[in-house]
Design a protein around this ligand. Structure first.
Ligand SMILES: NC(=O)c1ccc[n+]([C@@H]2O[C@H](COP(=O)([O-])OP(=O)(O)OC[C@H]3O[C@@H](n4cnc5c(N)ncnc54)[C@H](OP(=O)(O)O)[C@@H]3O)[C@@H](O)[C@H]2O)c1
Length: 168
């Protein structure tokens, strides 16, 4: 079985976006690190809100050379011919099947991440802690979860803390 990994920027008070979904508080250094992970990945896995944010803010679908799977309750694909497929029917079962043969990278998508953690589908979680307090916004974890992780790597950078965790 392959692995599902997530890379996500989080504020000190546990938000991944402002209330209006903005990401302008994330330093360029973090964006570029996550960008390298995306460039190295063959297959992306994202939630509907992250999908919508990306095509609305980044001028269409920027990852045409990759396979991208969007977990959603409805197929609202507005980026045809871009390698984007929607998983709508028992989506987590479909993710489990995809994982048999594909490494998957999750970006953003805190609601999706919560469901992947609950179902033990997420193997590695990399958090870029940004020293800012947003006060409100989109929460990193959508509910309290009982899930054990061990620290794999960490690194103090100029404007963020890199920490990577493996599911126990
Ligand atoms: N900090 C970062 O690194 C970073 C990076 C990129 C984006 N972002 C931000 O992240 C925000 C989105 O995060 P989010 O937590 O709101 O949403 P998300 O996980 O991207 O999307 C949530 C939606 O996806 C669908 N979904 C997710 N898991 C599902 C499941 N297991 N089964 C069925 N449907 C599922 C549901 O939509 P439906 O039921 O309506 O289909 C759900 O409401 C973006 O707006 C962007 O601002 C942050």
């Amino acid at each position: 079985m392959k692995q599902i990994k997530a890379h996500i920027a989080v504020s000190l008070d546990g938000f991944i976006a402002t209330p209006d979904y903005e990401l302008d508080w994330i330093p360029q250094s973090v964006k570029s690190q996550i960008g390298k992970e995306i460039a190295a990945a063959d297959t992306l896995l994202i939630g509907t809100n992250t999908y919508t944010y990306i095509f609305e803010h980044w001028g269409g679908w920027p990852y045409k050379g990759k396979r991208s799977f969007v977990v959603s309750s409805n197929d609202i694909n507005v980026t045809p011919n871009c390698g984007v497929d929607f998983l709508t029917n028992k989506p987590l079962n479909q993710v489990y099947k995809l994982k048999q043969e594909n490494d998957l990278l999750v970006i953003g998508s805190s609601k999706l991440l919560t469901s992947l953690i609950k179902t033990n589908l997420l193997d590695c979680l990399t958090v870029y802690t940004v020293p800012i307090i947003l006060g409100e916004g989109v929460r990193f974890m959508c509910e309290t979860l009982d899930s054990k992780w061990k620290l794999d790597k960490f690194c103090i950078m100029d404007d963020f803390l890199y920490s990577s965790f493996l599911r126990v």
